[in-house]
Design a protein. Structure first.
Length: 123
């Protein structure tokens, strides 16, 4: 009888130990997962990436609009020069428009990077 009681106590103790170990392991895993998700460094990286993506699409939109403006300026002020450029380099009117838009997007993004660099220099 004493042996049976001893084994029951050991079984209960090992079950309790296993339960405690598993709950501690689960709690540690939970807190580690939450700290990695709520880590300020990763959050700042995500915010910076989101800002860059927004700037990229804003540069695309602004560059497209500036490309439209330059295309119209070429059409109104220098119609002969535009025709010569198209016939020599681009073959189509739309290719000239796309070229102006691409140059404008590049210019907008370079100016954005310049402003970013100047902000880093200032204290």
């Amino acid at each position: 009888m004493v042996v049976d009681e001893l084994f029951k106590r050991l079984e209960k103790k090992t079950e309790r130990d296993l339960l405690n170990q598993t709950t501690q392991t689960v709690f540690r895993a939970q807190t580690q997962a939450l700290t990695s998700v709520n880590n300020p460094k990763t959050l700042l990286k995500k915010i910076k990436i989101a800002g860059e993506v927004l700037w990229f699409f804003a540069a695309l939109a602004i560059g497209f609009l500036i490309g439209c403006v330059f295309y119209e300026i070429f059409s109104i002020w220098i119609p002969d020069g535009k025709k010569v450029l198209i016939s020599l380099l681009f073959e189509k009117d739309s290719n000239f428009f796309y070229f102006l838009s691409a140059i404008s997007v590049l210019g907008v993004y370079i100016s954005r990077l310049t402003i970013w660099a100047l902000k880093l220099i200032q204290p």
